[in-house]
Design a binder for this molecule. Sequence first.
Ligand code: PGA
Length: 252
Amino acid sequence: MRRNIVAGNWKMNNSFDEAEELVTDIAEYLEKNPVDDAEIIICPPFIYLEMTTDVSAESQFAVGAQNLCAYDKGAYTGEISAAMLAGLDVEYCIIGHSERRKYFGDTDEIIAAKIQQALKENISPIFCCGESLAEREAGNYKEVVQTQIEEALANLSADEMDNVIIAYEPVWAIGTGLNATPAQAQEMHAYIREILLENFSIAIANNTTILYGGSCNAGNAKEIFAQPDVDGGLIGGASLKANEFIQIITAF
Ligand code: PGA
């Protein structure tokens, strides 16, 4: 179902105390100022998920993980399964983030398996795609994103696609302070809807939530979110400060 969403991706940041303070500040704001035109998701590191879901039980925001295991269960030392996350009331999971592709060997095949695991447990994948600077400069950025989407999503049913959120995150914009312009974001989001039309249906093309990510902040969120095919943002650095995150969740 298409809706406005702002998801905070904390990555590997914050001590436990800092994490608790940040979540509490956001919950206190939402208690006094409910946001009725956007869904808010906080994606902390695994070990803060339980604290975060405890706070979210009394608040308006939902909780997502940043990763999960491609396998069901068993002898996979150090991994966390989709079922374990579901048991903690985690409703979303970022899958296919470019940092996981780059540093942890997440291939299109692994990403597709992780999406299956998430869906099996009723966790909505926030599936990330996006081109590198070299790919943008070479002019084949649309093909790159098309391949990423088709490898990860093309085998899903219409019902499964209803639970998938797509985040377009150009790698050159992530953590660089160099966001895509609203026009660049709009061009790619419209193109992603064309890919969904080709692979699925007009309903799925129109009804899928597509977020923009990459140096989105309090200063540029409003203009980016105002683009017709942009439904919100996946926010990294700017989600680590309550004040800034609050300005972004109220930018619709
Ligand atoms: P950024 O990260 O907002 O710090 O650029 C976004 C992301 O990686 O999800």
